[in-house]
Design a protein around this ligand. Structure first.
Ligand code: ATP
Ligand code: MG
Length: 561
């Protein structure tokens, strides 16, 4: 409505000044609108009113469309995160963490630019073009066609330029994440770097990637630099055409001075929608590409098929029956023909040389992997038949590579099982893991922050935190993979004594390099290169005078030294 109002006011004032005649609409108005000032004032008030209306409409448009896109983004992020958690080790073995992070952050943002701004601009632009071009054609079809000639060129130019800019920006984004990872890794391992005096080496590496980043940014500035002049040039061309063609028409008498100003405003009104046509197209393309990348991961099926059997306690045993295992994407057997039986409420020891497959057995037990051949039977039924999360609730698992989160010590111990019945066990778990003395010395006790901005625990403290994490659930099956390797023998004995209090209601599977750690187990298997080479209880194994007995002698000698 704004351009016609401007036209009417200009033509009205001109009529009054040149011919001393009032325009038709002014004749019906009160007398104070019947002067040149009055006509201008009326136009001003109307323009103000319409500008306000435009502002309110734009506010409502953002409130609906952009907010909707934020809701979609929220749902999408949650979905992806949940899905990631379901995916198995074979997926994580193939894909980089950085890639996973990008898809949940960067790609989701690009999809949001589609569901929000792209849709909003597309609607805005279609309405604007239809209304404005309609009004122009209605006013003067011939001049309209001349004036619109440069606009398609503008749209195409902007599409090409914004496409080039987006590609550059993606590259810059990539370079930036290279810089971030480099800095992160450098300073995470800064003590190693310093101890090898490798500062200059790292600095020159950093300079290289930083230089690439700078060069790409300079290229982007160059593209940006030509962008605005081109847009303004094309808009200027449209305005020139309006004045030239319109001016001739004014001389003919078929166009008025007001019409020329009206058309110039139309051209300006069309500039942004036409310009955003190119921008929207590239947003749509990028949104589609990102959605495709997200779908790639979302379509990966969780690789562990799980059954429905619900288990609340181990009644009889867990049995490995001729289990063979190969890690995905590799072709050598890590475990070969492994058979053993762990009876409920007994202690079971696994010992062996490094790389012999002990941790792999632990991972098979907790269902991180499935056997390649053979079967694992839980109470006589295949492990695949059980509901996985129910089965895992039986286990308190202390993995060999312990991972603590940057949270408080309490949250790390309660980890995912924070309910009142578990919290009751907290002090027992801390005492049983021999952590109580240290916690008392920490600045904030249990509320001490770990990791990143908190304190860093020693190797042995980490292991005992992980043991407390496993014990706090009072698990039916305690599975410790090399969990006592970093504590001294005295502490180890203390921990094992406190564990044995529950030994008649708990199955304990202990994996270790140290014979002293497993010698009190009812059954011990000795693993070498994926095969069980000896098994029995401590006495039997010593009696056999095989590799176990040999290892025992060696370790005894070291202990006596
Ligand atoms: N994710 C994996 N992908 C491929 N191969 C693996 C993977 N994890 C372990 N391996 C290989 O499997 C073999 C057994 O590893 P495992 O971790 O079970 O040994 P381990 O007996 O626990 O050794 P250690 O005493 O050093 O802890 C090793 O040769 C190792 O290289
Ligand atoms: Mg291991």
């Amino acid at each position: 409505m704004i351009p016609p109002i401007v036209r009417e006011s200009i033509d009205g004032v001109k009529l009054l000044l040149e011919k001393n005649e009032l325009p038709n609409y002014a004749k019906k108005l009160p007398s104070y609108f019947q002067t040149t000032t009055g006509i201008a004032l009326l136009a001003g008030l109307l323009l103000l009113g319409f500008a306000l209306l435009k502002g309110v409409s734009m506010y409502i448009m953002r409130m609906t469309i952009i907010i909707m896109s934020r809701h979609i983004e929220y749902e999408q992020k949650n979905d992806i995160f949940r899905h990631y958690q379901k995916l198995g080790q074979s997926f994580y073995g193939k894909n980089y963490t950085g890639d996973l992070m990008n898809r949940i952050s960067d790609d989701v943002s690009k999809v949001r630019l589609f569901t929000g701004p792209a849709i909003m601009y597309a609607l805005n632009l279609s309405c604007m073009i239809i209304l404005v071009v309609g009004l122009m054609l209605y006013t003067n079809a011939e001049i309209t066609l001349y004036v619109l000639i440069p606009l398609p060129i503008l749209a195409v130019t902007i599409y090409l330029v914004s496409d080039a800019m987006n590609k550059k920006s993606d590259k810059i984004q990539q370079k930036l994440s290279n810089i971030t990872s480099f800095v992160q890794e450098t300073f995470a391992g800064v003590h190693v770097l310093k101890s090898y005096a490798a500062e200059d080496y790292f600095a020159s590496d950093f300079e290289k990637i930083n230089e690439e980043y700078k060069n790409d940014n300079i290229d982007l500035v160059k593209i940006n630099g030509v962008f605005m002049p081109v847009v303004l040039g094309l808009v200027g061309l449209s305005i020139l055409i309006t004045i030239y063609v319109g001016g001739n028409a004014v001389v003919d008498g078929s166009f008025s001075l007001g019409n020329i100003v009206e058309f110039i405003i139309y051209v300006n009104m069309l500039t942004w929608p036409v310009a955003s046509l190119g921008y929207v197209t590239s947003l749509v393309q990028r949104g589609a590409a990102s959605q495709k990348r997200i779908d790639e991961f979302m379509n990966v099926k969780p690789d562990l098929d799980e059954g429905e059997l619900v288990i609340t306690s181990l009644q009889n045993s867990i049995e490995f029956v001729n289990v063979f295992f190969q890690y995905p994407e590799t072709d050598s057997w890590v475990l070969r023909d492994i058979s053993f039986k762990i009876k409920t409420n007994t202690k079971f020891g696994i010992i062996g040389t490094t790389g012999s497959g002990k941790s792999t057995i632990a991972k098979l037990l907790v269902g991180v992997y499935r056997p390649t051949k053979g079967q694992i039977l839980v109470d006589g039924k295949p492990i695949e038949d059980y509901n996985r999360s129910k089965l895992n609730e039986l286990f308190g698992y202390v993995a060999q590579d312990i991972f603590l989160f940057s949270e408080t010590l309490r949250d790390n111990i309660l980890f995912g099982s924070a309910n009142s019945s578990v919290e009751k066990n907290l002090s027992y778990a801390i005492r049983a893991a021999a952590l109580d003395v240290e916690i008392a010395n920490f600045p904030n006790g249990l509320e001490t922050m770990l990791g990143e901005r908190g304190i860093t625990l020693s190797g042995g403290q980490k292991q005992r935190t992980a043991i407390a994490r496993a014990l706090v659930k009072k698990p039916k099956i305690l599975l410790i993979d090399d969990g006592l390797s970093a504590v001294d023998t005295k502490t180890e004995v203390a921990i094992k004594n406190s564990l044995s209090i529950h030994s008649n209601e708990q199955t304990f599977i202990n994996i270790s390099h140290r014979i002293s750690s497993v010698q009190d187990c009812e059954h011990i298997i000795f693993l070498d290169e994926g095969v069980i080479i000896e098994e029995g209880n401590h006495q039997n194994l010593l009696y056999k005078k095989g590799i176990y007995a040999e290892l025992f002698d060696k370790q005894m000698m070291v202990a006596e030294d």
